[in-house]
Each structure stands twice: as C-alpha cells, then as structure tokens.
Design a protein around this ligand. Structure first.
Ligand code: HEC
Ligand code: HEC
Length: 246
C-alpha cells in the first residue's frame, strides 16, 4: 500500500484556485489501515522520514516521540481549520489536507504510534543556527518561555505547551514567525495558539532575538551520538586507567 510521493509533491506545489477547498490527495483518502505503524509507514514517513526525523527539503518537523496530548490538539486544529487554513502557509495547509483525509480512529492509532517512537535529536544543519547569540537567547528563554515550556524545554501538558527539544532549529524558527505574523494561532478558539501569538508579538522584537532564543533551545538537546570510533576515543581519553596501561 505505497503512496506515490509525487502525488504529495504535486499537491504541495499546485496553487489552488481561490476559494477552492483543500483537496485531500486521493492516495491518502484510499488508506484503510487502522494500525498506527502501518499508517505511519504508508502516509507520514514520506514527509516526516522513516524514523520520524523530519525532512528539511519539505520543511516537515521531526515528530518522533511527540506526546499524544499535543499531536491530538494539533490534529483537531488542522481538521477544524484553526491551523493550516491559509494556502499562503503551504506546509500547514498540506498537513491539514492529510489530517482531514484520515478517519478519527486512524488519527488516534497513528499518534499513539508516534508517541512511542524514539525522539530524534537534531544534528548538523538541523541543529546549527548561524550568526546567533545563544547566551542572549537564554536570558529571553528564562524570562519568558520556561514558565510554560519548562527550564529544559521538555514541555508541560498542563499548559498545552509542547516539548521544543527534538525539533529542528529551522522548524522552531518558522513556527515562531508564523505565530508572530498570525499565520498560526490567530483563529478564534485557538486558545493555546493565542498564547504564542501574544508571546511572540510582545516579547520577540526582531529576527535576531527570535533566532537567538531558538539557538539557545538547540543547546538543550543532548549532544548528537558520536560515531563508534569517536565514542571509543572519548572513553580512552577520559580514562586514566586505559592511558596508564598503554
Ligand atoms: C505531504 C507531507 C506530509 C505528510 C504526508 C504528513 N505530514 Fe505532518 N507535517 C508536514 C509539514 C510540512 C508540517 C509542518 C507544518 C507547519 O509548518 O506548520 C507537518 C506538521 C505536522 C505536525 C505538527 C508538529 C508540531 O510540532 O506542531 C504533526 C503532529 C504531524 N505533522 C504529524 C503527521 C502524521 C502523524 C502524519 C501521518 C498521518 C503526517 N504528519 C503526514 C508534512 C506532512
Ligand atoms: C503562556 C505559556 C507559554 C509561554 C510563556 C510560551 N509558550 Fe510557546 N507554546 C505554548 C503553547 C500552549 C503552545 C502550543 C500552541 C498550539 O497548540 O498550537 C506553544 C508552542 C510553541 C512553539 C511551537 C512548537 C511546535 O512544535 O510547533 C514554539 C516554537 C514555542 N512555543 C516557543 C516558545 C518560545 C521561544 C517562548 C518564549 C519566547 C514561548 N514559547 C513561550 C505556551 C507558551
């Protein structure tokens, strides 16, 4: 039951006629699977990667390990027009079409599967934030963000604020810009999104400040796992016994 990526990509780049409803890619609508893993592999993996690590070229976030309480809110937002309602925001518009094409029981199954997948730590270009000052970002984070996202950016269900660790730097940057410009969070009844519209408009003055805070959040991710050779070297260098024995 393999879906052609071409169908998705064609959809992504096809401008919609003004006023037209977002059309779910026919291939997604044809999925009948009810098991979360199968739905993930046949629908989500094409855009979010086989391990849920995300894809820079599609601007799709890493979603592996995302808590179901957050993904279920996002699926409701996407299905009910609070997120992805505007064709000028092609990424969430596309994601909304996917969300609408699935049945509620399929959504439930796939988000339970996503929650169980191991979190993917961003590496390389997904982690680097050029020309930023993470230390200044830390100040803003501690003053304005950690009360909801926690000191280590692991999120807080009670506030509806998701973990920010595990996401790529460019994705966090894009979302903050969407909140600030009203592309996300500005629709009536999006109570949680409204909190971020307020935060970004009141406290993030410019692009540099925005990128600095993301650069700080990236430092809260664990170091990417070193290669096996590098790990061996670290152990030898770090151990006086190994060195003495040589
Ligand atoms: C055609 C590509 C595509 C497919 C297929 C797709 N997604 Fe997405 N998804 C995206 C993109 C792009 C975004 C980023 C939207 C944005 O920028 O607001 C996204 C966003 C999300 C988000 C929001 C994450 C956040 O941090 O708020 C979740 C959750 C998600 N996708 C889950 C899924 C699941 C589960 C599936 C499979 C049922 C799936 N997606 C299938 C492209 C896709
Ligand atoms: C009052 C609580 C609150 C504060 C303070 C707050 N956030 Fe949030 N944040 C939220 C909530 C709630 C959401 C989820 C919005 C939704 O459901 O769409 C969120 C979502 C986000 C997202 C989107 C994550 C994703 O996966 O798409 C980013 C990025 C983010 N916040 C960064 C920040 C930064 C940076 C700050 C500090 C400048 C901050 N937040 C301050 C509550 C808060």
């Amino acid at each position: 039951m393999k879906i052609s990526l071409k169908v998705f990509l064609a959809f992504l780049v096809t401008p919609l006629a003004p006023g037209a409803d977002p059309v779910a890619p026919a291939a997604v609508a044809a999925i009948n699977a009810t098991d979360g893993k199968t739905i993930f592999q046949s629908v989500c993996a094409q855009c979010h990667g086989a391990s849920g690590e995300g894809k820079a070229e599609l601007k799709s976030p890493s979603i592996a390990g995302m808590p179901a309480w957050y993904t279920s809110t996002q699926f409701s937002n996407l299905r009910e027009g609070r997120r992805g309602h505007d064709a000028a925001d092609p990424q969430s518009f596309m994601m909304a079409a996917v969300a609408k094409a699935l049945k509620p029981e399929q959504v439930k199954a796939v988000i339970a599967h996503v929650e169980k997948m191991p979190v993917q730590t961003p590496k390389g270009a997904d982690r680097e934030m050029a020309n930023t000052n993470p230390q200044e970002g830390m100040q803003l984070f501690q003053e304005r963000c950690m009360e909801c996202h926690r000191y280590n950016a692991s999120g807080e269900m009670a506030f509806g604020s998701p973990p920010l660790v595990g996401r790529q730097g460019w994705y966090l940057e894009a979302q903050l810009k969407k909140f600030k410009s009203g592309k996300r969070g500005a629709v009536k009844n999006d109570v949680n999104g409204a909190k971020m519209v307020q935060m970004t408009t009141l406290f993030i003055e410019d692009e540099q400040m925005l990128r600095n805070v993301v650069a700080y959040i990236m430092t809260l991710n664990p170091e990417p796992v070193a290669s096996p050779e590098e790990q061996k070297k670290q152990i030898i260098e770090g151990s006086p016994f190994e060195a003495a024995g040589q």
